[in-house]
Design a protein around this ligand. Structure first.
Ligand code: COA
Length: 188
């Protein structure tokens, strides 16, 4: 469990299904299209799956009333022939908040504590984020966390198809921060 001024980051429990349904019935961005839940039953199944994750996936919970307002996760990259043993110290986060709770600094508060956790307790050396070029809130969040913009991949990935069935490609911005660049939770 991770605690901040206004939030608790904790593992999911079965009772979180209604709250998860609220923010996953209409995913805000295409990259989360496959996470969409269509019914409360699907939300219950999604929560049961999440409840098994205790290290790298957290529900973002409002301290004042216990409501789950979103989630944040990042898993160590799998070793690959190119990256060898360095990969498990590299993480890429995913974050989403219920629309009603955006723009109040909760994402920054949660992400800052999560980065502290990854850098200080989980051996992270490098954290990088991919975000759509049009996703200004996510880009701003990366920048507020002190991440460097490393580049833009043009027409990098497609999550959805257009009316004719053709893939819709998105431009992806990559941000990153190294442990030695991280200023820590208290210095912002
Ligand atoms: C990305 C997301 C988690 C950010 O949450 P948030 O509540 O907006 O974040 P915060 O309130 O902590 O704001 C962080 C900064 O971004 C800014 N910001 C928020 N929305 C913005 C927008 N639409 N345009 C420009 N800046 C924005 C805030 O003003 C704040 O900066 P400031 O403190 O200098 O003012 C949230 O918008 C979300 O869940 N989006 C849908 C899911 C998603 O896109 N996930 C990422 C996929 S790559």
């Amino acid at each position: 469990m991770i605690e901040t001024e206004r939030l608790i980051l904790r593992s999911f429990t079965e009772t979180d299904a209604n709250d998860l349904y609220e923010y996953l019935k209409e995913p805000a961005v295409n990259c989360f299209a496959d996470m969409k839940v269509n019914t409360i039953e699907e939300a219950k199944a999604a929560v049961r799956k999440r409840a098994k994750e205790t290290e790298y996936l957290f529900a973002i919970v409002l301290k004042e009333n216990g409501k789950v307002i979103g989630e944040i996760d990042a898993y160590p990259d799998l070793p690959s022939p190119e990256q060898d043993s360095a990969a498990p110290d590299t993480f890429s986060p995913c974050w989403m908040l219920n629309k009603k709770y955006q723009g109040k600094g909760y994402a920054f508060e949660a992400a800052r504590a999560f980065y502290d956790y990854l850098f200080n307790e989980k051996g992270a050396r490098r954290i990088y984020a991919y975000t759509e070029d049009y996703n200004l809130s996510s880009r701003k969040l990366c920048e507020k966390l002190g991440m460097r913009r490393e580049g833009v991949f043009k027409e990098f990935i497609s999550f959805v198809k257009d009316a004719e069935g053709n893939p819709v490609y998105e431009n992806t911005v990559q941000y990153a921060i190294l442990k030695k660049e991280w200023r820590g939770g208290g210095n912002f």
